[in-house]
Write a protein that binds this ligand. Structure first.
Ligand SMILES: [Mg+2]
Length: 405
């Protein structure tokens, strides 16, 4: 356990940084990505914008008030998804065990890689340099013996930095921090703990477990007490060992437009398909998931011939959506691919629709071109349409406000 080395790598102000990279005239200016209308919300803010107190999830009206010269850029979701793929290609060169958390952050297991890549801090410095040289984007990283500390360390290192927390200095780093840095501590829990006089992680670590249990319940008490003492035995779940691969978006404004919902699903299907192909997998299970405005969750699954093709995944969920139309506006939509396995054997392919093989070849070619030239040139036309329509209801979640974990 003490030999385990985990890194958490996170692109800085991802959406905003992509826009600034693509348009150098934005450099040094306060930039946010989000819808143009006043009822929109900030999806991502550049560090210059953050100096005005602007942050993700802030209503655009308030952001504009906070900064008169604010540059507001309409999100290009398909483009960010493509950039994310290039980011993950780089991560895959530094560890076979990569667990993606969202488009712009991931855990890497670096245990035992020192002979090949050098000490973890050196490997991560090289990785960050490669991300900068290849993508022109800054990222921050944390290195630690356990997952949640690696994540906290990358937050502490932002922007454009890295921080290594060794087993020896783990508790000394952790204990002065507020309890809100811990996974599972939201505003409500934070207030609850504050009432008991527990403000820092150190307070939590030193408190009596029995007393804590009586106050917040057995499970939460055990969980937080373990984290506060630096214990977190969750391993990296590499994408290639995942039982399913999914994508979803929560909207700030509930969505009604079926066409727009379908476009979000297409973008998600492309993202999941690319991840399947990156890991040499196909799926035969496809699940559509949506949440109504009243939080009712609806999921529907279909079984299809093995595929790693975006449009095929999309057609399947689009059919499920048409068969199970939402009874009102929705606040979340997503899809996942399950029943994962290697691509079917060639003889199985031969008996299938000849179009499948052609499509598989096309996808392989597209992936190769994307790897060589970056994906932006090859985005499907309808993804661009999504970029245009997206400001009507932007997805929330990727650049969440400074995380209160
Ligand atoms: Mg980020």
């Amino acid at each position: 356990m003490s030999d385990t080395v985990i890194a958490h790598v996170d692109l800085d102000a991802f959406y905003a940084s992509v826009e600034i990279r693509d348009d150098p005239s934005l450099r040094g200016r306060p930039v946010v990505v989000g819808g143009q209308s006043d009822r929109s919300v900030v999806a991502a803010a550049s560090y210059e914008a953050r100096r005005f107190g602007i942050h993700s999830a802030m209503p655009m009206v308030r952001a504009r008030k906070a900064c008169k010269d604010l540059v507001v850029i309409t999100p290009r979701i398909g483009h960010y998804a493509a950039e994310s793929e290039r980011f993950f290609q780089i991560l895959g060169r530094y560890s076979p065990l990569v667990e993606g958390l969202s488009l712009d952050e991931a855990f890497l297991d670096l245990t035992g890689t020192a002979t090949l890549l050098g000490p973890p801090a050196v490997a991560i410095a090289n990785l960050r340099k490669e991300v900068m040289d290849t993508l022109g984007l800054a990222c921050s990283a944390g290195i630690a013996p356990v997952k949640f500390v690696a994540k906290i360390a990358s937050d502490l290192a932002k922007p454009n930095g890295q921080l290594e927390v060794s087993a020896q200095n783990l508790l000394a780093t952790l204990h002065p921090l507020p309890v809100s840095r811990l996974w599972g501590v939201g505003k409500t829990r934070e207030a609850e703990l504050a009432k008991a006089g527990l403000k820092t992680i150190g307070d939590l670590a030193r408190t009596d477990l029995a007393a804590l249990r009586a106050r917040i319940g057995d499970e939460a008490a055990r969980h937080l007490h373990a984290l506060a003492n630096g214990r977190d035995d969750r391993a990296i779940v590499p994408d290639r060992e995942a039982k399913s691969m999914g994508a979803e978006e929560t909207f700030e404004t509930d969505l009604r437009d079926p066409e727009l919902i379908s476009l979000y699903l297409l973008e998600q299907a492309e993202r999941v398909a690319a991840r399947l192909r990156r890991n040499g997998l196909t799926a035969t299970g496809v699940t559509l998931k949506y949440k109504l405005a009243d939080f009712t969750l609806v999921t529907r699954q279909a079984t299809i011939p093995a595929t790693a093709d975006g449009p095929t995944l999309h057609r399947t969920v689009a059919r499920l959506l048409a068969q199970n139309p939402p009874k009102g506006p929705i606040r979340l939509v997503g899809l996942s691919a399950s029943k994962l396995g290697p691509p079917p054997l060639p003889d199985l392919l031969a008996s299938a629709d000849p179009g499948d093989e052609k499509r598989a070849r096309l996808n392989a070619t597209l992936d190769e071109i994307r790897q060589r030239h970056g994906q932006s040139a090859l985005q499907r036309a309808r993804l661009l349409e999504l970029d245009r329509k997206a400001p009507e209801a932007r997805p929330a979640g990727y650049e969440a406000p400074p995380k209160r974990r």
